[in-house]
Design a binder for this molecule. Sequence first.
Ligand SMILES: *[C@@H]1O[C@H](CO)[C@@H](O)[C@H](O)[C@H]1NC(C)=O
Ligand SMILES: *[C@@H]1O[C@H](CO)[C@@H](O)[C@H](O)[C@H]1NC(C)=O
Ligand SMILES: *[C@@H]1O[C@H](CO)[C@@H](O)[C@H](O)[C@H]1NC(C)=O
Ligand SMILES: *[C@@H]1O[C@H](CO)[C@@H](O)[C@H](O)[C@H]1NC(C)=O
Ligand SMILES: *[C@@H]1O[C@H](CO)[C@@H](O)[C@H](O)[C@H]1NC(C)=O
Length: 334
Amino acid sequence: MINTCLDLALLCHPVLAFLSIQRPKMQHAQQSKWQYFLFSFLSILAIRYAGTSYFTVTDEVLFDVCHTKDQPNPIASLYPMNATGTLNGTVAVIPISIKLARKLIPPQYGILEHAYRDLLPSFPKGMYPAIIQALHDHEVQAFGYQIPDFTRTGIEFPFVDLLGDNTTSFKWAPSLLMTADHEIALKGASDYGTKTFPSSFEPSCDAYRVVPDAKQPGTTYFSAKSANSGAASVTTLFSPVPEEPFPLSFFKNFTNQPTFADGKTCDNMIRLFNTSVTTAPNRIETVKGTVRANIFPFENEQEWRNVYGLRMDTAFIENNYLPCENFRGYGARD
Ligand SMILES: *[C@@H]1O[C@H](CO)[C@@H](O)[C@H](O)[C@H]1NC(C)=O
Ligand SMILES: *[C@@H]1O[C@H](CO)[C@@H](O)[C@H](O)[C@H]1NC(C)=O
Ligand SMILES: *[C@@H]1O[C@H](CO)[C@@H](O)[C@H](O)[C@H]1NC(C)=O
Ligand SMILES: *[C@@H]1O[C@H](CO)[C@@H](O)[C@H](O)[C@H]1NC(C)=O
Ligand SMILES: *[C@@H]1O[C@H](CO)[C@@H](O)[C@H](O)[C@H]1NC(C)=O
């Protein structure tokens, strides 16, 4: 933006200079005008080319444009005709009672308890794994067109029997806090029937931020607040731990279930765990922490402590607004 203005100034400058010396009154005035225009032209030129890094910093200070730490989308050129991007952030399992899950998930859909017990035989009896995701969507693009990054968070309900086949697991994602003013992302989610809450995030353009001087090194926080104050909020605090109560295969499974909100169409988000943003050593961290959330379909603010999850970045391919029926038996071959 600044550079565009400066370019415009540079372009117009000689014209202005020429026009204003057309009718000089005095020799002396003409000379000082020339000096003035030469000086100002060189000043603008100097500022314009003073170096990109200088202006990057200035932009940030002046306009609070933040720069994400996320690495580039590694699969954009592999799938140029598909929507691709990266999702960096925290995904955690929130055990709630099956009784509560049954109350929250619309009654027409069954819960595939045998599907998650198949993957997690030791999951506590009478409990159901709800999921929290707090993610930064980065370099989302298709056909060479890229949308601005955004952040989103919400609580999701995997292993839902949308088709009534007692086999195929779908993920119900009824509500999302999403970056306010990001019309494309907000509309993209609300077209599924998702309750969307335009929100502000801390940090505003990354997945999480390290807490300075935390008791446990590597502790990070994330918070989201709806612009409509009090409508929805989520905050998380997570620290790395050595134990891994849930295998990676469990996370791969539920993050890849076709996702719906009102059930009219399904979102096929394919998260890849085999690209450079995920596979470098120590890129997937097991974390444990606290989640506080005031979000539909929960009636009041909830707090869950000692919640386990993963902090990671993954590339994704997304196929939107598909008939849910297309996914009958999806993933069964894995
Ligand atoms: C994910 O986000 C965190 C926090 O901004 C950052 O430190 C990390 O480098 C990111 N990971 C990748 C692979 O981009
Ligand atoms: C890419 O998009 C096409 C057309 O929508 C779709 O048929 C294909 O399955 C997508 N590729 C992947 C890997 O999902
Ligand atoms: C669903 O499938 C599971 C596992 O195959 C089986 O134990 C259960 O009885 C089935 N439920 C219904 C309602 O058919
Ligand atoms: C990564 O996994 C996806 C699907 O899980 C597969 O289609 C792709 O070929 C894999 N890529 C590499 C480089 O192994
Ligand atoms: C998840 O695991 C269940 C149970 O093993 C399996 O039937 C299903 O195909 C898996 N889904 C995905 C998306 O991997």
